[in-house]
Design a protein around this ligand. Structure first.
Ligand SMILES: *Cc1c(COP(=O)(O)O)cnc(C)c1O
Length: 387
């Protein structure tokens, strides 16, 4: 059976060129990057080269502003807890949004339990965060503003430069979770003026288990991990050399191909979106119509359960999801759609299609052929639906 993967916001396949670049570091070049001998020096050199490539993709002025971590989740934890810890004598108030990834939301919830105050700024019906609410929430105790670059469930791109500029003017540290944006939207860390930026390799055709945190020069964070002097004392533990090399290669490929690839993906997404919303009754797009990731279409099919649609599509070889991979299986409504004020009748039946660079027009045509009869069949069985 044909297999069509449309869940790239959960994870992407490893690019074969990335795997190729990584393999030597699982074989002959196995040294510990902290060792002074030839084995170690080769590993160190590979990490340094990867750091330059990731810095280039992020628009960091200095490669030393990149600290490699084990994931996007770790980068978010490092940025938020690290800032909270190092600035707590100044204040204990943090501002975030209500639609962040759980790596940010649950880190903030944890900090609330240990004495910090957190403001969760609301979003509008398109998922755009309310900047005025952020501005109003600031007090002299505010030490950090953390707002995601682009939302993973609906794809809405947030007004990050405006928020970063505001934070800077107020002397408040600014972090953005750019895990979903990296490789899809140009990011220019130096121009943006963000202090901290989280990214992860497996969302852009790199390996799982490798992330990075951009830490603007001069910003001091308390480390999460204590131990050796790795990553200039910012993150202890022996480096995942192969993973870091893979991240570097994925970043290099993104720098070279992002423009063309995102254009092609966007065209496919438009075809899919148009085909669904014109061909199926009571199907509505969630998220911003234009300020959105090129690859993401979150669509609500009224009167249905998302899980039912996913399972039916899975039987036809098509992989999609209800939103975030972390909440699927729980049947809880998406916190993102809920924060956007979407009617529960619609949030229940929402499906996220997230495309990638290897999807083709044939894939989309196949989905557009298979999906309408599935929706029709499920609606006939739905007690909520009446013709
Ligand atoms: C996937 C994702 C994360 C988590 O990254 P991992 O590397 O999987 O831990 C964090 N934030 C956003 C927006 C994501 O999409």
């Amino acid at each position: 059976m044909k297999k069509i993967y449309l869940d790239h916001n959960a994870t992407t396949p490893l690019d074969p060129r990335v795997l190729e670049a990584m393999l030597p570091y699982y074989k002959d070049i196995f040294g510990n990057a902290s060792s002074v001998h030839e084995f170690g020096r080769q590993a160190r050199k590979a990490i340094d080269e990867a750091r330059v490539k990731v810095a280039r993709l992020l628009g960091a002025k200095d490669p030393d502003e990149i600290v490699f971590t084990s994931s996007g989740t770790e980068s978010d934890n490092f940025a938020i807890k690290g800032a909270a810890h190092s600035l707590k004598s100044k204040g204990a108030h943090i501002i975030t949004s209500s639609i962040e990834h759980h790596a940010v939301l649950n880190t903030c919830k944890f900090l609330e339990k240990v004495g910090f105050q957190v403001t969760y700024a609301p979003v509008d019906k398109y998922g755009v965060v309310d900047i005025e609410a952020i501005k109003k929430a600031v007090t002299e105790k505010t030490i950090l503003i953390t707002i995601m670059f682009a939302n993973n469930e609906v794809g809405t791109i947030e007004p990050i430069s405006e928020i970063a500029a505001f934070a800077r003017q107020k002397g408040i540290l600014f972090h953005t979770d750019a895990v979903q944006a990296l490789g899809k939207v140009p990011i220019d860390a130096a121009r943006l003026g963000a202090d901290l930026i989280s990214v992860s390799a497996h969302k852009l055709y790199g390996p799982k288990g490798t992330g990075a945190l951009y830490i603007r020069k001069g910003v001091k964070l308390t480390p999460l991990l204590h131990g050796g002097h790795h990553e200039k004392n910012r993150r202890a533990s022996t480096e995942n050399v192969a993973g870091i090399v893979g991240f570097g290669k994925a970043a290099e490929l993104a720098v070279a191909n992002m423009k063309q690839e995102t254009r092609d993906i966007e065209e496919l997404r438009r075809t899919l979106e148009k085909g669904i919303t014109t061909g199926i009754k009571c199907a509505f797009l969630n998220g911003h119509s234009t300020n959105r990731l090129c690859n993401t279409a979150n669509i609500s099919f009224e009167y249905l359960e998302g899980e039912g649609i996913i399972l039916s599509l899975d039987m036809e070889g098509i992989a999609v999801s209800t939103g975030s991979a972390c909440t699927s299986g729980s049947l809880e409504p998406s916190h993102v759609l809920t924060a956007m004020g979407i009617d529960p009748v619609k949030t229940q039946g929402s499906i996220r299609f997230s495309l990638g660079k290897d999807n083709t027009r044939e894939d989309i045509d196949y989905v557009l052929k298979v999906l309408p009869p599935i929706i029709e069949r499920l609606r006939k069985m739905s007690p909520l639906y009446h013709e």
